[in-house]
Design a protein around this ligand. Structure first.
Ligand code: NAD
Ligand code: UDP
Length: 314
């Protein structure tokens, strides 16, 4: 009787595939919608034969009509390399895609969770970042399609909540990593691990002094599920991430050591608008969701390195 049908857009991607898996384990019917721009069927191949799993190849910038009980909106390329590949489509996915998904939530009166991002803080002037901080975002740069797209999506989620009574739930996800990131994803954790395992040069952009805070996928999925389970009046935004902060250089050295790699570090120019510091204040998540990350970076990296060793056959 209590079985729910849950729609996950971007369900073929890194975070989405783990979320689909977890929702199925909890006994839900899961509909995964993905256009496979950065996702992969390999991420969900093991779910295709599950009787409660359905896959729809669809681009969320086009309308969709489905009957579901809850919706996680994760569709959007997350790696800078990929979201900058077709920046206009990235904005369309964030804005038109959000309108289409919010339309479903409004019609069906169901909760909808938006995977927003720490990028809404841009290159932050406040450290660590709290949800009250409005951010420091370049509206016309190469990251803007993603940053401003996600900011506009947040605006839509709050306007649909205020004007349309939608149970919107906005989470701001900080750098998350783990198995099922694509080897060519372009993000720092997967790049460094793949380079280290193949004995290729480790490419540090800038001097490596910029910082990030890395959250392991299982911790993040737990938080997403808890957020969806909150009462309708809880809208967020809520920061989700691991507040342990590392420089990119520290990450490179850690990965070289953990893989016993002979790779050497090389330096490339820092991309435009690359944030210098990033670390979430997660007091709100601790209070509202009774959640905090449990998996330290070393432990998460071991699992991620194992995964890449397997898929790269090294
Ligand atoms: P990902 O690129 O692995 O997954 C995104 C998925 O969305 C892919 O399967 C892709 O094919 C699909 N997609 C893209 N555009 C689409 C469209 N128009 N229609 C349908 N499907 C589409 O990235 P991820 O790391 O799994 O990120 C998932 C979500 O979480 C994204 O919205 C991202 O912005 C957000 N997020 C992720 C992180 C992170 O560190 N991983 C941080 C902040 C926010
Ligand atoms: N980075 C790097 N080498 C790489 C990939 C990324 O030095 O091969 C840096 C990037 O410039 C940024 C940080 O690592 O400062 C995190 O980059 P990522 O693309 O993972 O995510 P971001 O947090 O920038 O969205």
């Amino acid at each position: 009787m209590n079985k729910k049908t849950i729609l996950v857009t971007g369900g073929g991607g890194f975070i989405g595939s783990h979320l689909c898996e977890r929702l199925l384990k909890e006994g839900n019917d899961v509909i995964c919608v993905d256009n496979f721009f950065t996702g992969s069927k390999n991420n969900i191949r093991h779910l295709l034969s599950h009787p409660d799993f359905e896959l729809i190849r669809h681009d969320i910038t086009f309308p969709l009509f489905l009957e579901v009980n809850a919706l996680y909106n994760l569709a959007c390329p997350a790696s800078p390399v990929h979201y900058q590949h077709n920046p206009i489509h990235t904005t369309k996915t964030n804005v038109i895609g959000a309108i289409n998904m919010l339309g479903i939530a409004k019609r069906l009166k169901i909760p909808i969770l938006q995977a927003s991002t720490s990028e809404v803080y841009g290159d932050p002037k406040q450290h660590p970042q709290t949800e009250e901080y409005w951010g420091n975002v370049n509206p016309i740069g190469i990251r803007s399609c993603y940053d401003e797209g996600k900011r506009c999506a947040e605006t839509l989620f709050f306007d649909y909540h205020r004007q349309g009574g939608v149970a919107s739930k906005v989470v701001r996800i900080f750098n998350t990593y783990g198995p099922r990131m694509l080897p060519n994803d372009g993000r720092v954790v997967s790049n460094f691990i793949v380079q280290a395992l193949k004995g290729e040069d480790i490419t540090i952009y800038g001097d490596g002094s910029q910082s990030r805070s890395f959250c392991y996928i299982d911790d993040l999925v737990e938080a997403l599920i808890r957020m969806m389970g909150t009462p309708a009046e809880i809208t967020g935004p809520v920061n989700l991430g691991n507040p342990e902060e590392f420089t990119v250089m520290e990450l490179a050295e850690k990965i070289i050591k953990m893989t016993s790699s002979k790779s050497k570090i090389v330096f490339h120019p820092l991309p435009q608008d690359d944030p210098i510091k990033r670390k979430p204040d997660i007091s709100k998540a601790k209070k509202i969701l009774k959640w905090q990350p449990l998996i330290p970076l070393d432990e998460g990296l071991v699992k991620t390195i194992q995964y890449f060793k397997k898929i790269l056959n090294v």
